[in-house]
Design a protein around this ligand. Structure first.
Ligand SMILES: [Zn+2]
Length: 174
């Protein structure tokens, strides 16, 4: 078992080392809002909030680990989940000392590349000690991401997803 995931990219020909971690800078729902709504809300490194005609929306940054077969390090997605106002306030209140015995319910709020619609998959959010962002577990349902979360993915699949993440932006510009 090797420690870190690395591969020679079929897209650009470069070697990508430790490239199995991809993060979203915001919940997709926030990015879809108008500039005014975004300006009245807030987006930080770990917390996001906005209010629209439907009401108030609260999000936190979390981590989703997908095991890679034969590699110690998982494929890590840095994603956002929406929480209830009560959960969000509780999470904020424990900012300095996360309550690791608590679990919050959260809806996944990013569209992950590769997978069919991952938006609003149900999750449980588990606060972790120290400076670590909370990790999430996915609730059972018939979805490829949930399948991968439970069973892990092959190195070949991890490479395909990583290539898509690394080069998606470039492809979109074409
Ligand atoms: Zn590449």
């Amino acid at each position: 078992m090797s420690g870190i995931f690395g591969f020679t990219c079929t897209s650009c020909g470069e070697r990508h080392e430790g490239s199995s971690s991809f993060a979203f800078r915001a919940p997709d729902a926030y990015l879809e809002q108008s500039a005014e709504i975004q300006a009245r809300g807030s987006l930080g490194r770990n917390l996001c909030y906005y209010k629209d005609e439907d009401g108030e929306h609260y999000f936190i940054r979390v981590v989703l680990d997908i095991p890679i077969h034969g590699v110690a390090e998982p494929f890590i997605w840095g994603v956002w989940v929406s929480l209830s106002k009560q959960s969000y306030q509780d999470y904020q209140a424990h900012h300095d000392k996360p309550d690791i015995n608590t679990t919050y319910f959260g809806w996944l709020c990013n569209y992950l590349p590769w997978y069919s619609n991952t938006y609003t998959l149900a999750t449980s959010v588990h606060p972790l000690d120290g400076d670590h962002r909370p990790c999430i577990t996915l609730h059972d349902a018939d979805h490829e991401l949930i399948h991968d979360f439970k069973l892990g993915i092959s190195i070949a699949k991890a490479q395909q997803i990583a290539e898509l993440c690394l080069h998606q932006a470039a492809k979109q510009e074409v």
